[in-house]
Design a protein around this ligand. Sequence first.
Ligand code: FPP
Length: 249
Amino acid sequence: MASRKTYDRPDLKIPVSLGVIMDGNGRWAKKRLLPRSAGHRAGAENLKELCRNCGRYGVKYLTVYAFSTENWTRPEDEVDQLMKLFVEFFRKYDPELEEEGIRVRFTGDIDSLPENLRKVCREGEERSAHRQKMQLIVAFNYGGRREIVNAARRIAERCISGEIAPEDITEQMMSDNMYLPDVPDPDFIIRPSGEMRISNFLLWECAYSEFWVSETLWPDFGYDELTQAFEAYTKRDRRFGGLSAEDKK
Ligand code: FPP
């Protein structure tokens, strides 16, 4: 029986900043004897649903892993289809994102993308800059290690110019040199499809994130699975390396 959607759940703790690794499109398609592109298409459709569900639940920052710096090694036609889907997604679903008050931003090595894709990113950000309810942050051509290297290079340049000394480098300075320093580190990271790995996603930012792995493949990860994940998050005792309130007593 399909569940009724309610976002009025004062018993739930909702993460302010949520990361989602959208994994399992290929397996979803294979199970249905469909081409992988059909899985990605269903995955894109589900991303729109996730945005709506997260916005309505009260998530403020939703970062989704759409395309990694390593995904370029996939067969050329799969990469082409993913790029087409990316362009189409914002054209097709922007009215709905607008209606839901969702601002779109991108994180990753956006400057290295071809001009048509950079334009989609630029226009998507400009068009949605005024929206207030939630930020959708699309990790695109994103790699956590590349982001850290990029930050290290920027800081190294300041050392070389004599503006700062190596001993002035702090964790906060590193955070300030990540792609989107104003976005809070993810409180919670969800990975559908059962794989227990981080795959180069938000490596610096995930230091104290809580994790949730679901067996459900990404295109099927809907309202019920999200609610289940939030129920689990509600029970987590976040200690950030310290003691729990209970143990301090
Ligand atoms: C991983 O599943 C998924 C991807 C590499 C692409 C994620 C992209 C989308 C959900 C499309 C929509 C995104 C935007 C921003 C329009 P996989 O193909 O590795 O799955 P598998 O492990 O089952 O093969």
